[in-house]
Design a protein around this ligand. Structure first.
Ligand code: EPZ
Length: 428
């Protein structure tokens, strides 16, 4: 059975490293296809979504290999132009490869990205961007087909912010003929990192990290050799684990500069932290203040990916908290699971009201997506007794060693196979 059993009730103490960023690594892997040679992503997380993207690139003809956490991508022969729905259905972010296939080959076909439990997740903004750069798109029953002689520069004015659509536009524009201006571009750090990676390959990009990005197409891109940045969402998840258990932890390499909105809330609930010689030292022992109202927002606002982990923390804090989820229309799936553990979370549309401070008890709960699954693991650590978290494989999509890390911090976890997880930092 795909489950983790966690015995909670103890504060977390200790030190862990933060893995490489899933959401930075995936678009960088896509970008490697824009060079007919080898690129290297150092410190790349070994997680299910990265392995899925690796399989897709291999299916297109790339040769890939690992040396520890360094991922080598040789795209010399990667001239495939079709990505089946078996991949795009598994991992929605593969849709950004359509622009890459156009940039490399002038045409491409992609199975439709699957829906997911957090929302409909349409791709209209992706297709709008590609059309503005000269692509002819045919939306068939099973595939989206794209053709273009050569992509040309254009002006893309996004009506709403989309991380993936911005990555799509940037990946398609770097080899297009002429200049592309992207207005109302999403400003998430992962987009800034993608632009830095592309620039190290020879792309001409200005304004990354702002709402206006200007790209001058170049003839050719060289191979990139780049360090994947630490994962801000994993760091935030571990800080929520510290808060939920009232513990004290040290994150060796947390990107605190990318977590400002989250850390502001962390302080508001009574959490404390300081940054000292590159380490983020957090103290969750004073966590006790509810959050009367919080909205998730595009960067630099409170990240939607930390909404579920925060909900778990708020369930442990006496008083009434209120979260409004502004990015995805259905991202409160864990509420009913938390309620099975004794929490009191009421959901209506985009609003969740948490009547916190009730004693959480171990139960059998079910994860149905990545961040909700991680949040249920945190709830299990805060609860008394044993909790079985089913659907652990969702968590493995984005967290490389969450069990080992939580065990290193004193958490008591075991896989359904019966073997226990031991902390990386503890002797066994
Ligand atoms: C990225 O998804 C991340 N995934 C998500 O992280 C993250 O939650 C999201 O950005 C928001 O920050 C990756 O980077 C792989 P969007 P993405 O396009 O690009 C609507 C995780 O847990 N929209 O910014 O799919 C969409 O429905 C994942 O790591 C359109 O309407 O998110 C949503 O309401 C979950 N049309 C909003 O925009 C489009 O064409 C934001 O979505 C595209 C998006």
């Amino acid at each position: 059975m795909d489950e983790i059993r966690i015995t909670g009730g103890v504060p977390l103490y200790g030190t862990v490293q933060v893995q490489g960023s899933k959401n930075a690594a995936l678009p960088m892997m896509a970008a490697s296809l824009l060079h007919r040679g080898v690129s290297v992503l150092r410190g790349c997380p070994r997680i299910a979504d990265v392995f899925c993207m690796e399989e897709i690139l291999q299916a297109l003809g790339a040769v890939t290999w690992w040396n520890g956490h360094d991922l080598y991508l040789d795209c010399t022969e990667a001239d495939g132009t079709e990505i089946s729905g078996s991949y795009t259905g598994r991992m929605r972010s593969s849709v950004i490869l359509l622009g890459v296939l156009l940039g490399r080959n002038g045409h491409g076909r992609l199975g439709y990205p699957g829906g997911c439990v957090i929302g409909r997740r349409p791709i209209d903004l992706h297709l709008y961007a590609l059309r503005e750069l000269g692509a002819d798109l045919l939306e068939g029953p099973f595939f989206i087909s794209a053709e273009c002689g050569n992509l040309h520069g254009g002006t893309i004015v996004f009506p709403g912010k989309s991380v993936g659509a911005a990555e799509q536009a940037i990946l398609a524009a770097v080899l297009a003929h002429g200049e592309t201006v992207i207005e109302n571009c999403a400003c998430e750090p992962e987009i800034l990192w993608l632009c830095r990676f592309l620039r190290c390959m020879g792309a001409d990009i200005r304004g990354e990290g702002t709402e206006r990005v200007i790209i001058r197409g170049v003839e050719i891109l060289e191979g990139g050799d780049f360090q994947v940045p630490p994962d801000r969402i994993v760091a935030g998840t571990y800080l929520c684990a510290c808060a939920a258990t009232r513990g004290k932890i040290v994150l060796e390499n947390a990107p605190e500069g990318e977590l400002e909105a989250f850390l502001e809330v962390y302080r508001k609930i009574g959490g404390q932290y300081k940054v000292k010689s590159g380490k983020l030292i957090a103290d969750g022992s004073g966590v006790r203040f509810p959050v009367p109202y919080l909205e998730t927002a595009v960067y630099p606002g409170f990240p939607t990916d930390l909404q579920s982990p925060l909900m778990t923390v708020l369930a442990t804090i006496p008083g009434k908290s209120h979260i409004r989820e502004m990015i995805f229309e259905d991202r409160f799936k864990i509420a009913e699971e938390l309620n099975r553990m004794g929490a009191a979370v009421a959901v209506c549309g985009r609003d969740a009201w948490i009547d916190g401070g009730r004693h959480l008890l171990g139960a059998e709960v079910c994860a149905r997506e990545l961040r909700g699954g991680a949040a249920l693991m945190l709830a299990a650590l805060a609860a008394s007794g044993e909790t079985a978290v089913r659907g652990y494989s969702y968590v493995c999509r984005g967290y490389e060693h969450i069990c080992e890390d939580l065990a290193a911090l004193g958490g008591r976890l075991k896989k359904d196979t019966g073997n226990y997880f031991y902390g990386k930092n503890t002797d066994q």
